[in-house]
Design a protein around this ligand. Sequence first.
Ligand code: GLN
Ligand code: ZN
Length: 770
Amino acid sequence: MLTTNNLGYPRVGPFRELKKANEAYWAKKITKEELLNTAKSIREANWKLQKENGIALIPSNDFSFYDQVLDLTLTVGAVPARYESLLDKIDGEYNLDLYFALARGFQAEGVDVTAMEMTKWFDTNYHYMVPEFTKDQTFELTSEKFLNEYNEAKALGLDTKPVLIGPITYLLLGKEKEAGFERIDLIDRLLPVYEEIVSKLAAAGAQFIQIDEPYLALDIDEKVKALYKTVFEKLNAAAGDTKLIATTYFEALKDNEDLALNLPVHALHIDLVRGEDQLDTILAKVPASLTLSLGVVEGRNIWKNDYEKSLAKIKQAVDALGKDRVWVGPSSSLLHVPFDLDNEKNEESLPAEVKNWLAFAKQKLAEVKDLAVLADGEVDAATTARYEANKEAAESRRTSPLIHKPDVKSRVSNITDADATRTSVFAKRKEAQKAKFGLPDFATTTIGSFPQTKDVRKWRADLKKGVITQEEYDKAIAEETENTIRLQEQLDIDVLVHGEFERNDMVEYFGEQLAGYAFTQYGWVQSYGSRCVKPPIIYGDVYRPQDMTVRWSSYAQSLTDRPVKGMLTGPVTILQWSFVRNDQPRSTTTYQIALAILDEVQALEKAGIKIIQIDEPAIREGLPLRKADQKDYLNWAVRSFRVSSSNVDDDTQIHTHMCYSEFNNVIEDIAAMDADVITIETSRSQMKLLNAFAGDFKYPNDIGPGVYDIHSPRVPSKDEMVDLLRKAKAVVPAEQLWVNPDCGLKTRAWPETKAALESMVEAAKILRAE
Ligand code: GLN
Ligand code: ZN
């Protein structure tokens, strides 16, 4: 069989063991040793699983307690200066406490530092901790995690392939924290540390090292292009006999093809899922010394591989290069897919017919192996049988009435411009809404969710298990909702929310109620740190068979005279955070969802809910990585949001919310969504993100810039929030400003939530008085 090359494996564990251990450690419920042991057994299980499933090149150093970029920041000694005061408070070989302080902030023992910034990993829903660089930045080797994990596997009898994020990608992923330099120029200082890493791994006996340089598949400038060759020359020299694999994913190489193909490395990995059409030109150019690793099994989605299609590609490469110079693997790390389909046993949420179309991480390993065997030609009976089954599954997906609903398809093809435009312009709507709600300047609100305490999660689990009845569950949710309404009244918040206690997750909750969706029991993927999401699976045409949110929103509204916001998740976010069909364009699926959300918006409006928030935190992350593809995406993404929110009264106030996003190049598109109010995450950036709203293009509608970081348990002071609001007022006219936290409060505990919101309302009142 051909060589099988896996790029990375999910590390939270099949049942989120790492998440649980991390959180228990943070809560001081388990010792550091217990946490380290959990981590160790996850690594061991992952390596063994890959071995058993026929993977030749098994990754190591793909494990992380929180984030692989943060690991690297600690490895190359790039800890920002503000954490220095912590250094003497922290002990331990792995510097685990310092590491978690960088990730989560630290507020104790008289020290108070915020967490590092976090942002999305390329166009995935994984978040990494953004490296911070200064002009005088220095680097030194300060952790041997990469070596320890390599040796740990070796002690188990496994010679793994250590994985490193490449030095150019690492610098590009970071941020300059002061003016006067370009971070890419730090490469000369960073490279020696990488050379040290590579030579240590070589000395330890590593045969291969995987260097991830996804920027090779992105738009990069001439200066960066010029660096790649010298950087890899140096790494290659440091590697000695150890073979380097330059790894690209998430896009096609395009204009960087020649550059990537001529790097002084043993092998180059290319993504043949996202870069489906790049094989022809690449094969025409592959130098005689280079091995090509073909990413044919999708690392970011859960569909069974189409063996026929993949084999055609692999055979084409084998014909050109020979069997020895062609490897088979997933398109990217498998970090972005759930662990194991075999754990899914609930036929009601995941029908057998649908399950038969899927493959999770473990199944993808087997697919990689099957393809490597099939392409080789010497095929055993079991593999042949799996090939036949694979063809049958593909055929059933093409024709299944579970998937194809003609009514839904025709409703989408009949969408008109009028369906995507509100009746009146914003200025006129603002008048109507002022008359209707009479809200003050600097109106206060929250983003939707309130703490999802243990109790709340237990009610849900107990309901599922049949431990409590639907009636008992509803009663508990109703009480929690009522308490939250009362609390918001006491706090004197202007626009209330019901708290989202009935929701497990902002996408899954809708997925469960929409047709065309399946969902899993254990299909968790890491979002950031210990946070995992369980994306539902869109397998068929989507529509809304019944009301989804009207009941709890109306109930909350019935308890108070203040307006309660209805809470929906927007079409693009539902798409982005689901596993989506690969048998029709993403835009078609999104329009189907948009129409379903519109149906819900209108039902809420009819029930008297006149402020409706349609969350679109994922709009920015869905932006294609290559500039050339972005316009088309923005057109259909914005239009989908408009389809979901336009067909309403002037005095119905549409909010949208976006989490941390770089708005710079997309601000006009965000404005084109024409939401009456947008709330965004700005506190960690000290309001700098707001500049995008007040540059040459002035964002016309209302804005609620987040005034406190909800990702950290730290409670901001009133003064801090006043300070942030003054900064906001300096760039955006006061009449346009709202006051709110960065995001929903579901991950927070009650005491810190109350304290922070109390200060937030005080801060808003101070601003009103100024
Ligand atoms: N309404 C959601 C909440 O408050 C929004 C979450 C998000 O933007 N990620 O939890
Ligand atoms: Zn958010």
